[in-house]
Design a protein around this ligand. Sequence first.
Ligand SMILES: C[S@@+](CC[C@H](N)C(=O)[O-])C[C@H]1O[C@@H](n2cnc3c(N)ncnc32)[C@H](O)[C@@H]1O
Length: 216
Amino acid sequence: MSSEKYVPALRFKWLTSLYDFIVRITMPEKKIKTRLVETAGISAGQKILDFGCGTGTLTIMAKQASPDANITGIDIDVEILNKATQKASEKKIDILLIEYDGKKLPFQSNHFNRVISCLVFHHLNTETKKKILAELHRTIISNGELYIADFGRSKSWVQRKLFNIIRVLDGFKPTEANAKGILPDFIQEAGFIYVSIIERFKTIFGEVQLLKATKQ
Ligand SMILES: C[S@@+](CC[C@H](N)C(=O)[O-])C[C@H]1O[C@@H](n2cnc3c(N)ncnc32)[C@H](O)[C@@H]1O
């Protein structure tokens, strides 16, 4: 059971059961997650973590793209993880899904080849973002890579204004660093190198950016 406060997938717990449907019809979900999995270049035998896996859509896509990789999804919300477990079992997908308390990640240091994460960091306040990035840095192997898709500061005025919808829904505090475009700075401060925005996706809720970083 989580002892930390967190922002549920669609802000209110009662909306969790509708998460997949709402994201599918409102966001270019498939495009973003497909690119995330493609760019992560997951290969056989690699250990992959999907941080904030939610209903497991990305976790399952990663396993389907590379069936011989070891894929783990982790989330703070047991209810959404139950949905992920149900989806994986219906599709007969062999992935490990873990609930944690939002504090220390339950993995040894230098363990994962890749960490992937989609639409999670705008749910975390600045202190939690930094704490989790430090934890992700600890658990990734040397030369391992981090791929994060999340809202960022767009060059487009319209996209910046649209992001206010998410800011109202998910809260101004957790979305602050995303709106300011300083998530890449936090990733660098956590010890990662070669931090870059490798792709941008315009959405009706603002710009989602695909970030890549490497652990030295
Ligand atoms: C918008 S959903 C995204 C879910 C999934 N990654 C996807 O792309 O469909 C945000 C997820 O972040 C999770 N989350 C929020 N705070 C978290 C934390 N501190 N640690 C891990 N997961 C967290 C929520 O439970 C939720 O599943």
